[in-house]
Structures are given as C-alpha cells and as structure tokens.
Design a protein around this ligand. Structure first.
Ligand SMILES: [Zn+2]
Length: 217
C-alpha cells in the first residue's frame, strides 16, 4: 500500500500506521525519523539539516523532500505509510510530483478526524518517563505510572512534557488547523481522501483496509 496519514497531534497516526504495517509489510515513514537517521549517519542532506537545527531554525522543505526521495529510491517497490507528512500544501505538491516521477501513485490519503476535545483529553493525560533512555509513556487515566509517580519500567520520575500542557496543546492544534487542514481540501480534489471518524484503533484500521481493498485491486 502507498498511503498518507493526516491527523492532528494526538489523533493516533503513529499507532494506526504501526497496525497497517502488519498488513503487507509496508513500512511506516515519518520525516522526523528520516531526519534523525540522516543526521546520525552524517549523509550530505543530514549534515545540511543539522546546521539549521543547531541554529534553532526549521529544516527547509527541500532538504526534507530530498530525504523522502532518497528513501523511496533506496527501497524501490516498497509499500509505505507516510505518518504526519506532508504537513503543508507546498510539501503535498512536491510529494505529488516526486511520486509521479517515480510512477508510485498514492492509493489513499486517510484523514483521522478526531474531535479536539478528545485530543485534548488524550494529550493532557499523557505522562512521559524523564529518563531519556527509557521514555516510557503513561496515561493518568488508562495506564498510570506507579502509585508514587515513578516509571514502572525504570523507576525514574514521570513528567508531563512541556508541549503536552493544555496551553501548549491548544497552540499545536491551532498551528495544525492553519497549516494542515488545507491539505484535506487538496486531497479531496484528487479523489483519494478517506475521512475516518472512528476513535478505536481496530475500527480505524478496518475502515482503512476496506477502502484499500477497492483502491489497490
Ligand atoms: Zn522509565
């Protein structure tokens, strides 16, 4: 399968992508992972990106696109689930041109349409282990840390990340609305958009699989 997953922070893109990889061995690709791997490996694109990051600047689209292109070229014929990319219309246009050039048309663009109150509830109840080598994730409602507030895996303190406070999440959702929502319209025009309103991961995956069965055939 070749699909793009759209959805706000906390919509569950990563979880859904992981489940989809089990279907046919397609790989989950996130630009964050590509970027970290390129920097770590010290590739030419990675070194350029690192210079921006060290200055505290955003890594420009052309570098991100270069890494995506390299990934596709290194693994020709491999199915993929793009997780959280593209984020903007210019990225979507570049991706479209790239995939057209490689003759790898998308099968589906899935929009995980999770209501904002659900996202707020999911993210503000999330807690993360403060040990960078562990990073276990908890939820004060559904998967709490140990009774004394420490990590069940390593015993370090469990914290609320700064970008997961209610104010920070409201800001992230606002950025998402402004930047990424236009993508929904963009992909609607291409006839590839599938809007999924289910909240349960199993139900989401089932809906996507049903839609793919008609697209890939
Ligand atoms: Zn831990």
């Amino acid at each position: 399968m070749r699909i793009v997953l759209l959805g706000a922070p906390g919509a569950g893109k990563g979880t859904v992508a992981k489940q989809l990889t089990a279907f046919d061995g397609s790989v989950q690709i996130s630009t964050g992972d590509l970027l970290r791997a390129a920097v770590k490996a010290g590739t030419p694109l990675g070194r350029q990106a690192q210079a921006y990051m060290e200055r505290g600047d955003l890594v420009p689209d052309r570098l991100i696109m270069g890494m995506v292109e390299q990934r596709f070229q290194e693994h020709p014929g491999e199915g993929f689930i793009l997780d959280g990319f593209p984020r903007t219309i210019p990225q979507a246009v570049s991706l479209g041109l790239l995939l057209k050039g490689l003759d790898l048309p998308l099968h589906l663009v899935v929009n995980l349409a999770v209501p904002e109150e659900v996202i707020l509830d999911r993210l503000t109840t999330r807690r993360t282990c403060s040990n960078p080598g562990c990073n276990a994730i908890y939820n004060v409602k559904s998967n709490p840390p140990a009774p004394d507030g420490t990590c069940r895996a390593c015993g370090c303190s469990v914290i609320q990340r700064e970008d997961e406070t209610p104010a920070a999440i409201a800001r992230r959702l606002e950025v998402y609305r402004q930047q990424t929502n236009p993508l929904v319209g963009h992909y609607q025009r291409t006839g590839l958009l599938l809007t999924v309103e289910e909240l349960d991961t199993a139900a989401i995956v089932k809906t996507i699989a049903g839609a793919l069965a008609t697209q890939v055939a």
